[in-house]
Structures are given as structure tokens and as C-alpha cells.
Design a protein around this ligand. Structure first.
Ligand code: G3P
Ligand code: MG
Length: 246
């Protein structure tokens, strides 16, 4: 089987610029772009009133000055939080971005996006549906669509139903035949694996199934070299300062 259409560069900046700026903030994507990255991974979830915004954790404590489960707060409350001061004083005042704000920035600056769907537990279907609907609307006239990804099968299934035209990738922490079968049955164009799981035989099998192979989160030059020798199709990295992108 031949590989499906692929629009994306090899190097993808994790959460904007890894740990160099507060993750998933606009400042992080700007810093990733300043290191000449053209594609970015972000984490998208739903507020209590169904707004799609960027945040990795289910809870607010680690990366904002808020508390509790983010998905239980309306967007008006989330929008008032500081999502930069936890990282360093230079980023005090950075807010949690809407997906729509990042989309505008990407479309203006030629950035490509991998949107990881991060459902608050219990909201898998709704989050997959809403993120896909929003992505389809925001990128309706874009040359390159965003790549939707998730560890959640239910979220990817709902994303497929809502916007079948958007490419999807299944995230896997461990390789299994069931994982590859699931990716195929979800109509995915990529398997995005935790980097140690990739071996030559697995890359060959995934390619033979017509899917691309990506690895997260690769920060070590020797590991990046090992993966490149396997003919992997893309690496997600925190180290935008270490790896010059293509
Ligand atoms: O999308 C790749 C990677 O971001 C998955 O793990 O926890 O960093 O979102 P995490
Ligand atoms: Mg992620």
C-alpha cells in the first residue's frame, strides 16, 4: 500500500517550544518559530462552556495560577488566568490561548499544527467532536490542514465523524498489533509513538500498512539519529534550540 498524502515537515516543536517558554502559550509558538520551526504540536481541550483552548494538564495548578479541573471552568474564568508566571518572570501575563487565536497566528505566519486532543476524563467524544469541528472551520481555506491526534480512540472516532477530511494520528505509548489495527480502523494517516517503541521491523510494518511513523518526545541527539536511520517520518521535540529544523 502506498503512503497517504503527507504535508508536514520532519521536525515538530512540542507544545510550541518545549520547555524554553511556557508550554502551549502564544509566546512558546513565537519562540519555536524564531528557531525556524514550521510545525508545532499543541494540546487542546474544552472549557465547561465548550470553548476549545490550549492546556496540557486536566488541572490548572502546574501551569497557571488557577486551581482545580480546567474543564469545569467557563472560558471567561480561564481567560483571566496567568499561564506564564509559573515558567519565569519574563512570561508573566501570558494567557491560555484559544485554538482560534493560535490558528490565526499559524495562518498568518505559515505555521503548521499538530493538535493533540486532550479530553478531560468523561468528555472524550465531545472533545473530539468539538476540536475537529473548530479545526475544520478555522482551517477551511488553508493549504495544509492540521494533523489531529489523540491517545483516546473515542476522541479520534468522534473527530472522524465530525470532520472526516482532517488527517488523524493515533498516539501510542507502547506498540501492539491492536494499536496498529486501531489506527487503521480509525482511518489514521499516522501512528505517533513514544520514541523507544520504534524499531526497524515496526516502522516497516506501519509503512506497509500505509501509515506514517512519528515519534514523541525526542530530545537526545543519539536517539534522533537512531530514529532517522529507521526512516521515521517525523520527530516531535522539546529541543528547538538543539535540532535545526528542515
Ligand atoms: O503529541 C505528542 C505528545 O505531546 C504526547 O504526550 O503528554 O506531551 O501531550 P504529552
Ligand atoms: Mg501533547
Amino acid at each position: 500500500m502506498s503512503l497517504r498524502l503527507w504535508h508536514y515537515p520532519f521536525w515538530i516543536a512540542h507544545r510550541g517550544a518545549g520547555t524554553l517558554a511556557p508550554e502551549n502559550t502564544l509566546a512558546a509558538f513565537r519562540l519555536g518559530a524564531a528557531h525556524r520551526y514550521r510545525m508545532f504540536e499543541c494540546d487542546a481541550r474544552l472549557s465547561a462552556d465548550d470553548t476549545v483552548f490550549l492546556l496540557h494538564d486536566n488541572t490548572l495548578e502546574r501551569t497557571t495560577d488557577g486551581q482545580g479541573i480546567a474543564g469545569q471552568r467557563p472560558w471567561a474564568e480561564l481567560a483571566a488566568l496567568d499561564a506564564g508566571a509559573w515558567h519565569s518572570a519574563a512570561y508573566q501575563g501570558e494567557g491560555l490561548p484559544l485554538l482560534s487565536t493560535l490558528a490565526s497566528w499559524c495562518l498568518t505566519h505559515g505555521g503548521m499544527l499538530n493538535i493533540e486532543i486532550k479530553p478531560t476524563p468523561g468528555t472524550e467524544q465531545r472533545t473530539g467532536q468539538r476540536v475537529a469541528q473548530e479545526a475544520a472551520r478555522l482551517w477551511a481555506h488553508a493549504a495544509v490542514p492540521p494533523l489531529l491526534s489523540s491517545f483516546s480512540h473515542a476522541a479520534l472516532q468522534a473527530a472522524r465523524a465530525a470532520a472526516p477530511q482532517l488527517p488523524r494520528g493515533l498516539l501510542l505509548e507502547r506498540f501492539s498489533d491492536e494499536g496498529l489495527d486501531m489506527a487503521r480502523s480509525l482511518g489514521c494517516v499516522a501512528l505517533i509513538g513514544h520514541h523507544p517503541l520504534w524499531q526497524a521491523e515496526r516502522v516497516g510494518r506501519v509503512h506497509a500498512a500505509g501509515l506514517h511513523c512519528l515519534a514523541y518526545t525526542v530530545n537526545d541527539p543519539a536517539e534522533a539519529q537512531r530514529l532517522q536511520a529507521l526512516a521515521i517520518d517525523g520527530l516531535i521535540t522539546d529541543r528547538v534550540d538543539l535540532f535545526p529544523p528542515d
